[in-house]
Design a protein around this ligand. Structure first.
Ligand code: ITT
Length: 193
């Protein structure tokens, strides 16, 4: 079967593809020329994940899965949170996002943070279920590593001294907010078979 990820972020799709194995053919919004771009007007991960899953599943046949995710930094009282993708500017540039995060944490010794992910599964515009996962960790003093995407060079998951970008996809997927959320999605899909 085909699973359409309601995202234009190819990194998310790539990670989901790595984790879901060969059971599903994984496509995303970049594979469909005429899909609407979904305005993320919600103030929670669940609201935005629901908006994305419903909008895309009205347009394509079959199962649609959205991913709304972000980084919460305790010293910034939870920012950037649902606004993670545009923290450094409206263009969503990851280098600018990371530069702003480094700037805001300059001299700050409290470095605890977590990634959150919420996924919504939908079909024909109807929500079937939602799933969430987190990974605790801390913000490093400088970027390390070239893997992953987004804030990965700056985030070390609990139990590791290296960043997600250094640890590589296998370690990241086994621990990450997205990996933990997708494991629940897979279990749900299996229970429906
Ligand atoms: P779509 O809305 O099209 O899915 P997006 O990138 O705009 O793509 P979000 O609105 O969910 O997605 O924003 C998520 C942002 O949170 C993302 O752009 C990164 O800055 C950050 N993020 C989420 N997961 C991440 C991860 O695994 N590693 C690093 N940064 C991550």
């Amino acid at each position: 079967p085909v699973l359409v990820i309601a995202t234009r972020n190819a990194h998310k799709t790539q990670e989901i593809r790595e984790m879901i194995g060969t059971r599903y053919m994984v496509l995303d919004a970049n594979d469909f020329p005429n899909l609407p771009s979904v305005e993320e007007t919600g103030t929670t991960f669940l609201e935005n994940a629901t908006l994305k899953a419903q909008a895309i599943s009205r347009e394509v046949t079959g199962l649609v899965l959205s991913d709304d995710s972000g980084l919460e930094v305790d010293a910034l009282r939870g920012a950037p949170g649902v606004w993670s993708s545009s923290f450094g500017g409206e263009d969503g540039n990851h280098a600018k996002n990371n530069a702003r995060l480094m700037r805001e944490l300059e001299g700050q010794t409290e470095r605890s943070a977590r990634f959150r992910c919420t996924m919504v599964l939908a079909e024909n515009g109807q929500v079937l279920a939602d799933f969430s996962g987190t990974v605790e960790g801390r913000i490093l003093d400088a970027p390390f590593g070239a893997g992953g995407f987004g804030y990965d060079p700056l985030f070390a998951p609990e139990g590791h001294d290296r960043s997600f970008a250094e640890l590589g996809p296998e370690v990241k997927n086994a621990l990450s907010h997205r990996g933990r959320t997708l494991a629940q999605v897979v279990a749900w899909l299996e229970s429906e078979e």
